[in-house]
Structures are given as structure tokens and as C-alpha cells.
Design a protein around this ligand. Structure first.
Ligand code: GKR
Ligand code: MG
Length: 435
């Protein structure tokens, strides 16, 4: 007879804490970042007192769905992830990919909930087994995970309570983070300041904000200022196929890859066939259900995974395996985030079998932090994999409470870059395809 398996700890408590983090006025194809970005922090606590944490994009709708998730997972074994995911899936049903929306960021709810619960469970499992999450994902392939400088056109302003005002006493990157960057010279100055502070070895420009000629000129200016640094631009799908081919050809000598120049797998494939530059996406191939279309059309060369909307870290590892099968490179997408998300991204980045381009992160644009010990440091543009069990970072409850108060007072319920943009350009409209 087999010895009965001793049952492990069960999830006894789930805490959901919405927070609002200071975010400067960054431009993108859908408008302008509000003074605060919303995140939600999840704590799962077992009946023997082990806590697992995670961080996801926060909206009031996602938070309500997380509240609905609580009774589904209380009493469950955090190491039985298939059981937990089946309970959540059973309650919410299938989520249509159409729920992603047309914005640069992904508006689905269920994928984010999967990710929130899965990362917190992995943090618990790591603590129980005394292993860092990277080991649970298959083992560490690298100690340092490289990230790219994420450059944004922006209006002057610090965000948060200062909104479009600045702190004139700031110096170095904290000063540059507040400065306007509305032309090639502004973008080059921003790049110099970000590289000086963090040591990034790759540069990404968020495009889709201005007439493409101006954005192409910014890439050429970056190439002059950084002759040997890989460059990419991401217009978030607002270029026409003709524009993407015209400027894509001009950019061929400069770009490591071109990210989401157009919308949809078919149009991406048309642009891809016309260019020598690889194409990357976080907009046209965004779920396992999109992979057959990706294969049929060959819409991109690089899939930008994001554990927040691919359903978690183990799902992202599964994506990495699929990418190897279908001949895609994998890299990483990001949104405004703090250190819990960064730690999870670093564990994933360290576990991926291989990737050829530095991962995205918005982290330099944030100044807040909710993990003990403060903000995670960069070493020549890379982040060292935390070596403690689980995520290897712990929640600072005092800092969390402060940012929760921001959430309660800021009045924001979801990300709406259009509303913020109209503070600067009153009649501004979002257009799916602009140029
Ligand atoms: O933060 O404005 C932003 C970005 O545009 C973000 O929302 C996108 O999702 O960074 C993202 C991207 O690569 O498309
Ligand atoms: Mg993108």
C-alpha cells in the first residue's frame, strides 16, 4: 500500500489591494498617461502562514473579478495550480480575444486574474520548497536578465501630485524623467539620461504619437547618438500598411526589430514580407488561440510575451516552447509596474531557454516601490535574479498602504489615456489607424 500523501497547506486568505503609482505624462498611440497608473497587489496567505504575492494592472473591473475569485480559491492547495485554474475558468467561462480592445495595452480580465493567482501560488510553492521561482520554471539559464531603455515622447511633468509640474530640485534621471521630450533632440537627451542611470544596452522608442516622419527622424538621431546600440520602434498599430512599408524600408539599416507597425496578423504579414527587418508584436498574437493564425500568415518574427496577459509564468514558459516549435523568437512586453512584477519578469527572463533581444520594462518611469529594501537595482541594464525562495521579494505593507491611499484619492477607475490627452489637446481623438 502506498503511504497516503500528506496534504499540504491550503489558501486561507486572499487580500486584494488596489494602488495608484506616480506616472509621468507619457504619450502613446491612445493618448497620454494619467498622473497615476493603477496596479493591484494580491496576497495569498496559507493556513500555516505562508504568503505569496503578485502584481497586475489594476482596474475596478479586474478588482471586482478578483473579489469574485476569492471564494473559488479559498481552501485550495496552492501547489495544485490546474485545480485552481479550472475553478476560475469554470466560474468566468471563456474570455474572447476581442476583449483585448484596440488600445496599446491589453484590456482582458481573466488572463490577468490567472496571472495574479498563479504568480502568488508560485511564490508560496517556492517558499514551501525553498526554491526561487526560476527553478520552478525549469532552472536558471542566466544570472542577469537584460532590459531595454523604454523611451517615450512626453510632455513636461512629474505625474502624481505634481501632474504637469516638476520638482526643480531633482537632478540626474529623476530630473530627466520630468523633462519634455517632443522631438528627436528631446528623445536623444532622454536616452542619454536613462542609459547613464541604468546602463541599458538597447533602446526602444514608443511611437504612434506623431506623424511617422518625425518618429523615423528620432530613430535616425538615436542611431547617430548611439552608433552600436540595438534600436526598435513601436507605433502600436496606428500606421497603414503603405506607411509601414515606406518607413520600414527607410528604417531597415537602423532597426533590430519593428514592433506592431500595423494591426492584425494579415497586415503584419504583408508588411513583414516587404521588409528585411524582423517584426515583433504584443498586439496581433496575444494568446494561444492566436498561434494558428500566426503560423498561417507568419505575422511576426518575435512574440512579446507578458506573463500578466499570457496567463502567468508557467503559461509564458509554455509559450516559449511553442515559439521554438513554430520558429518565433520570444521577448517581453511591459506596462507601468513596480518591483513585484519586475521580480516575476526577471524570474521568467532567467528561465527562458533563449531570447535575442533585451526585454521591455517601464520600471525607470516609476519612482514608487512596495517591496522591502526599495527599488530593484540595474547592473549595466540588467537585473540580477533574486535568489531567495519564491519571488525573492517581500511586500512592504507601509509603502503598500500609502499607495492604496493614492488609489482612494486619485479618483481613477481604469486606464483612460484619451481623457488625459484632452487636457492638452481638447479635441484629440483616438484612431485605430492614424497615418
Ligand atoms: O505604456 O503607453 C504605454 C505603452 O504603450 C503600453 O501600454 C503598451 O502596452 O508598452 C506597451 C507596448 O509595447 O505596446
Ligand atoms: Mg508594443
Amino acid at each position: 500500500l502506498r503511504t497516503p500523501i500528506t496534504s499540504g497547506p491550503k489558501i486561507a486568505e486572499m487580500r486584494i489591494t488596489p494602488i495608484a503609482i506616480v506616472d509621468p505624462p507619457l504619450l502613446n498611440a491612445a493618448g497620454l498617461h494619467a498622473p497615476y497608473a493603477l496596479r493591484t497587489v494580491i496576497e495569498l496567505i496559507t493556513d500555516d502562514g505562508i504568503t505569496g504575492i503578485s502584481e497586475i494592472p489594476g482596474t475596478v473591473a479586474i478588482n471586482q473579478s478578483l473579489e469574485e475569485t476569492r471564494p473559488l480559491i479559498l481552501g485550495k492547495d496552492p501547489s495544485n495550480l490546474p485545480d485552481i485554474m479550472a475553478a476560475i475558468q469554470g466560474h468566468f467561462g471563456e474570455e474572447s480575444i476581442a476583449n483585448r480592445g484596440a488600445t496599446p495595452w491589453d484590456q482582458r480580465k481573466l488572463v490577468h486574474i490567472f496571472s495574479a493567482i498563479e504568480v502568488a501560488c508560485l511564490d508560496i510553492i517556492g517558499k514551501i520548497t525553498n526554491q526561487p521561482i526560476v527553478d520552478l520554471l525549469g532552472g536558471k539559464k542566466r544570472d542577469l536578465v537584460p532590459f531595454a531603455a523604454y523611451l517615450f515622447y512626453k510632455y513636461e511633468g512629474a505625474g502624481g501630485p505634481l501632474e504637469f509640474n516638476i520638482d526643480p530640485t531633482a537632478t540626474g534621471w529623476p530630473a530627466a524623467r520630468q523633462a519634455a521630450a517632443l522631438d528627436p533632440a528631446g528623445i536623444v537627451a532622454q536616452a542619454h539620461a536613462m542609459v547613464a542611470e541604468f546602463g541599458f544596452q538597447s533602446l526602444k522608442l514608443k511611437g504612434g504619437c506623431f506623424e511617422p516622419r518625425l518618429e523615423v527622424d528620432a530613430i535616425i538621431a538615436l542611431r547617430e547618438a548611439f552608433p552600436n546600440t540595438p534600436l526598435r520602434i513601436d507605433p502600436n498599430g496606428v500606421w497603414t500598411v503603405e506607411t509601414a512599408i515606406k518607413y520600414g524600408r527607410e528604417l531597415e539599416p537602423y532597426l533590430e526589430y519593428l514592433e506592431d507597425p500595423v494591426r492584425g496578423q494579415k497586415d503584419m504579414a504583408t508588411v513583414r514580407r516587404a521588409l528585411k527587418t524582423p517584426l515583433a508584436t504584443n498586439m496581433c498574437t496575444t494568446s494561444f488561440a492566436c498561434l494558428p493564425g500566426s503560423v498561417e500568415h507568419h505575422s511576426e518574427d518575435i512574440i512579446l510575451s507578458d506573463h500578466h496577459f499570457w496567463g502567468g509564468l508557467t503559461a509564458s514558459m509554455k509559450l516559449a516552447a511553442k515559439c521554438q516549435e513554430i520558429g518565433r523568437d520570444l521577448s517581453m512586453h511591459s506596462n507601468s509596474h513596480l518591483g513585484i512584477s519586475l521580480a516575476a519578469m526577471v524570474h521568467l527572463g532567467a528561465a527562458l531557454p533563449n531570447f535575442t533581444s533585451a526585454l521591455d520594462t517601464h520600471y525607470p518611469w516609476q519612482s514608487d516601490e512596495i517591496i522591502k529594501g526599495g527599488r530593484l537595482p540595474f547592473e549595466n541594464g540588467s537585473v540580477r535574479v533574486p535568489d531567495g525562495p519564491g519571488l525573492g521579494v517581500e511586500l512592504d505593507h507601509e509603502a503598500l498602504e500609502k499607495l492604496h491611499q493614492n488609489f482612494l484619492t486619485c479618483g481613477l477607475t481604469h486606464r483612460d489615456d484619451l481623457v488625459e490627452m484632452r487636457k492638452k489637446v481638447p479635441d484629440w481623438e483616438f484612431q485605430n489607424v492614424r497615418w
